[in-house]
Design a protein around this ligand. Structure first.
Ligand SMILES: [Zn+2]
Ligand SMILES: [Zn+2]
Length: 434
């Protein structure tokens, strides 16, 4: 039983480490033990090792290592993508021929349908996409997709590298070296940024990988189970726990369950070998990873935000807890919807062809900085943080021109702030799948 415990601890440790490494950077885990462990793994332990190396070898090991680390972390490279597709290919090459003769006919049709999908969706996520990358040519169109919410995105901000106005919801990626439309995150698995044009392919990749792993584990289980009968006798000694256990004691039940899990794993490994059982077990153990990531992205779609925006919302939440955040009303005359409803408009915008000078109210941001969008909602509020936690007295000029005087109230909770990018789950889903 000692070895069973050791193996169980090892499996739990490896899965926890993978979970922390993959999900620890998510804003949802900030200020939690998961976030702490993630910082320990990616910041504190590497820097302690660097200090140790500096003392022992004058930094020779880390110099070579950090060049590699820098390349892996901050350069565009297909190492992880090749590893991922290589793992899927190798697993399929081991698994499919080993179980093929035991498969019912319908599975022989289903495998060629399911197996290529992760490859296709990785390709679609990884390739250069005009709807994702913002260039001089498509910049004007990207400016018209979403309004500035004046919470996470303000008009008039320039990208220092691309020398273009940042469209709402966009972010510059220093690895792809371009501004990305509705930036979600830079994904090393597909060696590309996920944005407006390819986010849906990334969701399809997560879904198809989740389905494929579950399907592989299922096939391994159903094809090998009939072959295992004869082997049970050899493992009779494993049954000695029956009758000895206290069914009310959770640790004791856990011990027994674990014991049986390891027993069956051994039997399956003996029957199907590494090629069928090993791959099936790998599929079973890694299956929660794409499933967890997919669930997180479904949550983001439900909440009407990207991974990038969820980090910004988390910053606001932390500042609100400190009591330094104020919500103000926007002046109606600076809003496109207000100006459209004042017909005939007091401020003409269609005079460029007629030659008469364009009249815009002084409070209104210029049309090229904040063009009219096709988005159904427009921001009615402005959110600002103050350094001293006192209500704002003099506002920065950019905020001053659109905020109603004396309308700022302290907010303590994110629920008091409207997210204009949230149209409800169904419409959000349609928006990301477009
Ligand atoms: Zn940029
Ligand atoms: Zn990128």
């Amino acid at each position: 039983m000692v070895s069973a415990r050791a193996i169980a601890l090892f499996v739990v440790a490896v899965s926890s480490f993978t979970f922390v490494a993959f999900f620890g950077r998510l804003p949802a885990f900030r200020n939690t033990p998961v976030g702490f462990l993630h910082r320990l793994i990616v910041i504190h332990i590497p820097s302690a090792l660097r200090r140790l190396d500096a003392r022992l070898t004058n930094g020779r090991i880390t110099n070579g290592g950090s060049r590699l680390g820098h390349y892996l972390m901050y350069e565009k490279h297909p190492v992880v993508l090749i590893f991922f597709l290589g793992l899927v290919s190798a697993s399929a090459t081991l698994f499919v021929p080993a179980v093929w003769q035991y498969l019912p006919q319908r599975h022989k049709f289903l495998i060629p349908v399911l197996l290529p999908q992760p490859f296709i969706f990785t390709y679609l996520s990884a390739r250069r996409n005009n709807k994702t990358y913002i260039t001089q040519l498509n910049h004007a169109a990207h400016m018209r997709h979403y309004p500035y919410d004046r919470v996470l995105f303000y008009p008039g901000m320039m990208c220092g590298t691309c020398h273009m106005l940042k469209p709402p919801r966009s972010k510059h990626c220093s690895i792809c070296k371009t501004c990305v439309s509705r930036m979600d995150h830079h994904c090393v698995w597909v060696n590309n940024c996920l944005g407006r044009g390819n986010y849906r392919w990334f969701l399809a990749l997560l879904l198809s990988t989740t389905v494929l792993l579950a399907y592989g584990a299922y096939l391994a289980y159903t094809t090998l189970t009939p072959l295992t009968e004869a082997h049970y006798t050899k493992y009779k000694r494993w049954y000695r726990y029956e009758g000895e256990i206290d069914p009310t004691s959770w640790p004791s039940m856990f011990d027994v369950r674990l014991h049986y899990f390891l027993m069956y794993t051994s039997i399956y490994l003996e029957v199907g070998g590494l090629s069928a059982s090993g791959v099936g077990l790998l599929a079973l153990l890694t299956w929660p990873l794409p499933l967890g990531l997919l669930s997180y992205h479904v949550y983001l779609i439900w909440a009407g935000m990207t991974t990038n925006e969820s980090a910004k919302w988390a910053d606001w939440r932390d500042d609100m807890a400190d009591g330094v955040v104020f919500l103000g009303d926007r002046r109606e005359e600076t809003m496109h919807s207000y100006r459209a409803s004042q017909s005939p408009a007091p401020y003409s915008e269609t005079s460029s062809t007629s030659g008469t000078p364009v009249m815009t109210p002084p409070e209104t941001p210029p049309e090229e900085e904040e063009p009219r969008t096709t988005w159904p909602l427009e921001s009615r509020h402005i959110l600002i943080r103050t350094r001293d936690g006192k209500p704002p007295e003099s506002l920065p000029p950019r905020i001053n021109i659109v905020a109603k005087d004396d309308s700022f109230k302290r907010v303590w909770n994110l629920s008091e702030v409207e997210n204009v990018y949230d149209l409800g789950f169904w419409d959000n889903l349609m928006e990301v799948l477009k």
